[in-house]
Design a binder for this molecule. Sequence first.
Ligand SMILES: C[S@@+](CC[C@H](N)C(=O)[O-])C[C@H]1O[C@@H](n2cnc3c(N)ncnc32)[C@H](O)[C@@H]1O
Length: 256
Amino acid sequence: MPRAESSIYSQEVVGSPAKTQGTKAEARQREGDGILDGSIRTFVLRSGRITEAQRRAIERFGPKYLVPFTGAPLDLNALFLEKKHIVVEIGFGMGQATWKIAQTRAQFNYLGIEVHTPGVGRLISDLESHGLENVRIIQHDAVEVLKTMLPAESIAGIHIFYPDPWPKKRHHKRRLMQEAIVALMAAKLEVGGYLYFVTDIEEYASYAKASLDSCGALKNQYEDYAPHQAWRPETKFEHFAKGSGRGIFELLYIKR
Ligand SMILES: C[S@@+](CC[C@H](N)C(=O)[O-])C[C@H]1O[C@@H](n2cnc3c(N)ncnc32)[C@H](O)[C@@H]1O
């Protein structure tokens, strides 16, 4: 989706400044609890317009690709026609990287998680027009999906591309790459599985790196930032970031 629709631009309406009481560690603990119990969310649901084509794609082909949120552990292999290792993408936006990766790295099955309805419609339409059978979608808060539906050590990879950076300090508690969510993601990865994160916001990159480094179950695959992984296609965000002269920061960690 265009950057201007992203939730970082609607954050003024989403909450009052956090009251800081006690130590920083206590504040982090409170925020971690809030993000895991759903009282703090990493997104704001936008009323973004859905096109006729996106609406039709959901109506006609939704039953084939959409997995309902149940809050109960999933038999992940049962979702796909062929048994393969499963990679989860959190916040796929319009799904442009999702279907392209599913096409070129077809040795994996993919589970995309996104709350934004136009993006879900667009991805379903692209999956159908490219005949891709190795992608399924859950339209729900990824934190809840991770917590309740994905069994421990059940997935081979996690992709997080250009998540909302929530730049204001009082909104850091909404960031996807905070310690509590990183620990949850790590718990769902198989041993040897990977977490691949990309952003164009340097401050968010170093915040994410600190969270990943603090997770004992994960190990940085590189000394510092990762090089571009050739199989990841450029998204609109990336094109825009490069055009504006911003750097691209990538992190690749492996489950020990
Ligand atoms: C800034 S966009 C990036 C989209 C895409 N990854 C890209 O590179 O173009 C971030 C997306 O993450 C989604 N998102 C944020 N938190 C989420 C969550 N907890 N569960 C599902 N989707 C989430 C938002 O709805 C938004 O579409």
